[in-house]
Design a protein around this ligand. Structure first.
Ligand code: GLP
Length: 260
């Protein structure tokens, strides 16, 4: 795992954006996997800035989002579709027909999940998957103890995640209990993962993910088995890491072509 620790949220977001830029520039067509939540917002701002300044185009990109709530329409401000339109897609030159999110409103959810997996396959697989992490170690909406071999499917949120995400809703009871999420196996098939995390409330999950045993109790720990993972942390999210100084040492000694 490549671990990059930054002392400000701004510089972390810029590193993340440079990773995305490098991948887009090195492919004729790029398939991006994208995430929602508070964490990637600054990186999306930076990508919008790059797009506006002509530094980066999304014209040759196809995107697949990690997850979506069941039962929220695309027009609902709390849906991830709405989030993506207002925080990224609505501001960059991406062709909207190449934008995919799981359909949490499908009449046949099971069929919609199978179709989503097929669409990712048909697009040639994901070149770069952007990830956040839940306070309980979830990636996408793959909650602790879920199978490492899971595929895009309907999942039930844990009570902790419902509580964590209730800030985006008027009342906790309004948070949908059901979601559609890419599975762990789907995420693991992406060619490169970029995981971002900020703040002390992520520190425990980050420690378990990077330095703990690989266990479904911390779904993100499976990333230890992924061949290419870049993790961008702020100091607070990194503060429980035993080998923090080593990660900084490794970064300082990277060869030019290894840097973002
Ligand atoms: C959400 C999403 C995840 C996200 C995580 C962290 O529930 N399903 O994809 O990475 O929880 O969110 P935040 O960045 O707001 O802390």
């Amino acid at each position: 795992m490549e671990i990059l620790i930054r002392d400000s949220l701004e510089s972390g977001a810029k590193v993340g954006a440079r990773v995305v830029k490098k991948i887009i520039k090195s492919n004729n067509r790029t398939v991006l996997g994208l995430a929602t939540g508070d964490t990637p917002l600054r990186m999306y701002h930076e990508l919008i800035r790059m797009n506006e300044s002509g530094e980066l185009s999304f014209k040759n990109c196809t995107t697949f989002n990690l997850d979506e709530y069941v039962g929220l329409s695309r027009e609902d401000e709390r849906s991830y579709f709405y989030y993506m339109m207002s925080n990224l897609f609505g501001h960059v030159d991406i062709d909207k027909k190449n934008v995919y999110l799981p359909d949490g409103n499908a009449e046949d959810l099971r069929e919609a999940c199978r179709k989503y997996e097929q669409q990712i396959k048909d697009a040639g697989g994901i070149d770069l998957q952007v990830l956040g992490i839940g306070g309980n170690g979830h990636i996408g909406f793959n909650e602790p103890t879920g199978s490492f071999t899971s595929r895009t499917w309907v999942k039930i949120l844990s009570e902790q995640t419902i509580q964590d995400n209730s800030m985006y809703f008027d009342k906790q009871e309004e948070v949908p209990r059901h979601v559609v999420t890419m599975g762990i196996a789907t995420i693991m098939e992406s060619r490169h993962c970029l995981l971002l995390a900020n703040g002390a409330k992520k520190a425990d999950a980050i420690r378990k993910m990077i330095e703990g045993p690989i266990s479904a109790s911390c779904p993100a720990s499976i990333l230890q088995m992924h061949p290419r993972v870049t993790i961008v942390l702020d100091e607070e999210a990194a503060y429980l890491l035993t080998f923090k100084d080593h990660y900084k040492w490794v970064e300082k000694n990277k060869l030019d072509w290894q840097q973002f």
